[in-house]
Design a protein. Structure first.
Length: 308
């Protein structure tokens, strides 16, 4: 009779267990911390070894982390590039070392796409279009200029570049939409509040709409609007992106109007891709994460169901 595998002695082949280096942008927003948790737990739940680095939104820390993963001869590198440029050299070093790189969340602006196996992330341009299309519906029939202030994400990052591009693509169909101020709040609540204070100081009651590239900056801006003496969600419409819990709470309180979902919980999908590649499968170069858009009137009912 064959030896029933008791799990003692030889056990499964050690080839299943991968050592995965994960270079994460930072911990700048609710979205980011949910994304980190999703990827970390997916890697460890699948029985792989995780080497993790939080770059605190600094490019040089990400480059250092990737070089360290190469020196440790990891089996795969997961990487969300804080900005789109400046990583070509280190990605070439990973390729020369025979280590596959998986772009998770953000992309790099590099011609040579042999430097990564696949890019799994949201379509940020579509997120920008969704935000502007919501505004167009909301402002249907409103005469005169619609004055918009824009809180951009991290300068040079794919989400900031693409969310602006998508919003402006739809704006082109609405000549009365005017972006009267636009500045980076680096995706954080603190900076979002600070920049919104400056916008209010120079434009005040002239502002009709805030378009914020993420919910965290919008939540900071909401505080600034209230401290200035205006009603967020009414005097100034507030548009965010990510659909984090904080946005649902602000919408339920009537202080925010809409948030475009950017789903961070793709850790399990990412691990499946890493394992498929290790098993010799060929992957699509670009894999999108599915997502929606949520408005103020849905917030109360959906808040208890939100996972991040
Ligand atoms: C988007 C992600 C962005 C989030 C921000 O996928 O890169 O970075 O929208 C986060 O909250 O800082």
């Amino acid at each position: 009779e064959g030896n029933a595998s008791t799990g003692e002695g030889g056990g499964g082949s050690s080839g299943d267990k991968l050592v995965i280096g994960f270079s994460q942008v930072g911990a700048e927003s609710e979205w980011r911390t949910a994304n980190t948790e999703s990827i970390k737990s997916a890697i460890t739940d699948a029985g792989h070894e995780l080497k993790f680095s939080d770059a605190q939104q600094k490019q040089e820390n990400q480059i250092k982390a990737i070089r360290s993963f190469i020196a440790q001869k990891v089996d795969a590198i997961v990487f969300s590039p804080v900005v789109e440029t400046g990583f070509e050299t280190v990605l070439k070093e990973a390729k020369d070392a025979g280590i596959p790189v998986f772009l998770a969340d953000r992309a790099v602006d590099i011609e040579d796409d042999s430097l990564w196996v696949t890019f799994l992330g949201s379509d940020f341009v579509e997120e920008g279009r969704k935000a502007a299309n919501w505004l167009a519906e909301e402002m249907e029939g409103v005469e005169g200029d619609i004055n918009i202030v824009e809180l951009q994400g991290t300068v040079g990052s794919a989400p900031a570049i693409d969310r602006k591009e998508g919003f402006e693509e739809v704006m082109a169909e609405h000549p009365n939409f005017k972006i009267i101020k636009s500045q980076s709040g680096d995706f954080t609540r603190a900076k979002g509040k600070e920049v919104m204070e400056a916008f209010l100081k120079s434009e005040g009651e002239n502002i009709d709409v805030l378009y914020s590239h993420n919910d965290d900056m919008a939540i900071g801006a909401i505080q600034a609007i209230e401290e200035y003496g205006l009603k967020p969600g009414e005097d100034i419409k507030v548009i965010g992106v990510d659909a984090v819990k904080g946005a649902f709470e602000a919408m339920a309180a009537g202080k925010m109007n809409v948030t475009v979902e950017c789903n961070p919980l793709f850790g399990p999908q990412l691990v499946d891709l890493i394992e498929a590649h290790a098993a010799g499968e060929t992957l699509e170069k670009r894999i999108s994460v599915k997502e929606s858009i949520y408005t103020m009137d849905q917030a109360e009912e959906l808040l208890p169901t939100r996972k991040y």
